[in-house]
Design a protein. Structure first.
Length: 135
């Protein structure tokens, strides 16, 4: 036990109950502020790290799109050996647009139909409860 801790114990033994409660409240408040400060610092560090990762993922997506585009061009050029080049281009473009439409429709059906459904229900229930209490 350090000298500072002994002095604090001796001082606490001489304090009245209200003074002790004030001291405890002040200490808890200080602890809460320090915890919030630590959480903010940690959150900022995590956000910076996530932003860097998101930037890398964005760059990878751009490169992947370029690669997919080159594969489509290669497929059209190969198809052009079997049919006129303009027809091969139309077949490749049509297949790509069809795939985009299918993915778009599937994604559209999976979207959130009623956002914040639980929150809305809870708020409506709270409003109903408040109205009943006031009437």
């Amino acid at each position: 036990m350090t000298i500072d801790e002994r002095n604090r114990e001796a001082g606490a033994a001489q304090m009245s109950t209200p003074a002790l409660l004030k001291e405890i409240t002040a200490q808890v408040e200080l602890l809460a502020k320090k915890q919030i400060e630590l959480a903010k610092t940690e959150l900022l560090a995590d956000l910076r790290k996530e932003a860097t990762a998101a930037g890398g993922m964005g760059a990878a997506a751009v490169v992947a799109l370029a690669g997919a585009n080159l594969l489509l061009v290669t497929g059209v050029l190969a198809l052009a050996l079997l049919m006129p080049a303009w027809a091969a281009g139309l077949v490749g473009s049509g297949a790509t647009l069809l795939l985009a439409a299918i993915v778009g429709l599937v994604s559209w059906r999976r979207r959130v139909q009623k956002p914040l459904a639980r929150t809305r229900a809870t708020l409506e229930e709270d409003v109903r409860f408040a109205k009943e209490r006031l009437v």
